[in-house]
Design a protein around this ligand. Structure first.
Ligand code: FCB
Length: 472
């Protein structure tokens, strides 16, 4: 760093954005896509035999979601998917990443298939293919069938077995048309937001249960990967959310805080998946919280089943320092004393600091420490307080600038040899943003939740130029 005092201030142009953006060209065949998730967009929660998920239960529990919002109607995508596919065609994306609602397919989470649920996804896949858009299917984006939670949820080993059974039946029904499979989306959120801090469904606050959930999610991923391949799937991966974790100062205590959070956020999944072992330092950190009796011989080999790709979701960076535990339920099991520090740089409406360099660092780190393996950015995007103006336009320049700087950061990783194959923008359209409800708008398309009217935002029009040019 220089001694220039200006250098500490957020610069107008992020460091990764080259002066000449026209030099940013992506390789032929680079995948451009948008992403969504079942509970966030589908609605129709009680239609055609769908059973309840943990998110239905949670959203209907008073006090859990801002404004009492639920996913009951959401974007009504279950009925409006043809219009939504037309919007994707307008964006010029080659791929669409979406998730299947497990309780639409297996309302009980086991056994008997719900034919109408399978038919919905079959129609969706066919309609995408008719428009030349490849379906990129995530099997699990957090909507666990409620009966499985009633039987103990992810802290129980049986849930991993049930997940593999579900994966196999889905591949039997859709595998003739779906080429790309992602087992789980962001197991960190399922385990730690769901079972430790309880800010996501099922809303439990039990640190040891969260650690068991993390292991069984990974086991479920490994078992499902094997099941999908046995049924003939060829491209199978997983999506993890990764954050660079920096110490706030160079003190030994802050550096140790950063090591611990990096362990609980990133390495807890990357190491078992890509090295077949839990990090030694993490096991030591957690030894006072739980034993490892739930980790059976052979589990790590299953979790370490080779991946065809790794999906990376990136939003921001964590900066941490050693502090004092608040006593409130925390995501950071065994490290409740760590404090998260804001740097005072520009943020999105989520309060997430805008840090495109963090994407570059994340991609190059995974490549350097865990590669070589093909990578995709399976989510990146930003929430801002967008509104449709009198002339019908949504002027979301902040989102366009956010995406541009992150595309440039990804390109920089690519140009340094990282095998980055594609980029999915979160999200196609405004939707149910989990505990925040409908107040946080991430879409390239604006949705009026009263009328279900869709309006392409300026950022969407801009993305259409990017996908056409395959560059900035
Ligand atoms: C990710 C989730 C996705 C969305 C974005 C903003 O953690 O995978 O569903 O909520 O954050």
């Amino acid at each position: 760093m220089t001694s220039d005092p200006q250098s500490a201030a957020p610069s107008a142009r992020p460091a990764t954005t080259p002066a000449d953006l026209s030099a940013v060209r992506f390789p032929d065949g680079f995948v451009w896509g948008t992403a969504t998730a079942s509970y966030q967009i589908e609605g129709a929660v009680a239609e055609d035999g769908r059973g309840p998920s943990i998110w239905d239960t949670f959203a209907h529990t008073p006090g859990k979601i801002t404004g009492g919002d639920t996913g009951d109607i959401a974007d009504d995508h279950y009925h409006r998917y043809p219009e939504d596919i037309s919007l994707m065609a307008d964006l010029g994306v080659s791929h669409y990443r979406f998730s299947l609602a497990w309780p639409r397919i297996q309302p009980e989470g086991r056994g008997q298939l719900n034919g109408a649920g399978v038919d919905f996804y079959s129609r969706l896949v066919d309609s995408l293919l008719e428009r030349g858009i490849q379906p990129w299917v995530t099997l699990y984006h957090w909507d666990l069938p409620q009966p499985l939670e009633d039987a103990g949820g992810w802290p129980e080993r049986d849930t991993a077995e049930r997940f593999a059974e579900y994966a196999a039946v889905v591949q039997q029904r859709l595998g003739d048309r779906v080429k790309d499979w992602t087992t789980l989306n962001e197991p960190w959120c399922s385990a730690f937001l769901g079972y430790a801090s309880g800010i996501h469904a099922p809303g439990r606050t039990d640190g040891p249960a969260a650690l068991r959930a993390a292991h069984h999610l990974m086991l479920g991923h490994g078992l499902a990967t094997r099941a999908l391949r046995e049924q003939g799937a060829r491209d199978v991966g997983i999506t993890v959310n990764l954050y660079p974790v920096d110490p706030a100062t160079d003190s030994a205590a802050d550096r140790d805080a950063a090591r611990r959070i990096d362990g609980l956020m990133n390495r807890v999944f990357l190491d078992p998946l890509l090295r077949g072992a839990y990090p030694e330092d993490l096991l030591k950190d957690l030894s006072s919280v739980t034993d490892t009796d739930h980790v059976r011989d052979g589990d790590l080999a299953i979790i370490n089943t080779p991946l065809d790709f790794l999906g990376v979701n990136y939003y921001t960076r964590h900066v941490v320092r050693a502090g004092t535990a608040t006593g409130r339920p925390s995501n950071w099991v065994g490290s409740e004393d760590v404090e998260f520090v804001k740097r005072g740089i520009p943020e999105t409406a989520m309060g997430w600091e805008i840090d495109p360099d963090g994407l570059y660092e994340t991609l190059t780190r995974v490549w350097r420490e865990y590669g070589p393996l093909p990578l995709y950015v399976t989510e990146n995007g930003a929430a801002f307080d967008d509104r449709v103006e009198a002339d019908g336009r949504v002027r979301d320049e902040a989102r366009r600038a956010y995406l541009e700087s992150h595309f440039a950061a990804a390109h920089r990783a690519l140009s340094e040899g990282v095998d980055l194959r594609g980029y999915f923008v979160w999200s196609l359209m405004d939707n149910f943003e989990w505990a925040h409800g409908y107040g946080k708008r991430f879409g390239l398309v604006h949705v009026d939740f009263e009328t279900q009217r869709r309006t392409m935002k300026d950022s969407g029009h801009w993305l259409a130029e990017i996908t056409r040019a395959n560059g900035l």
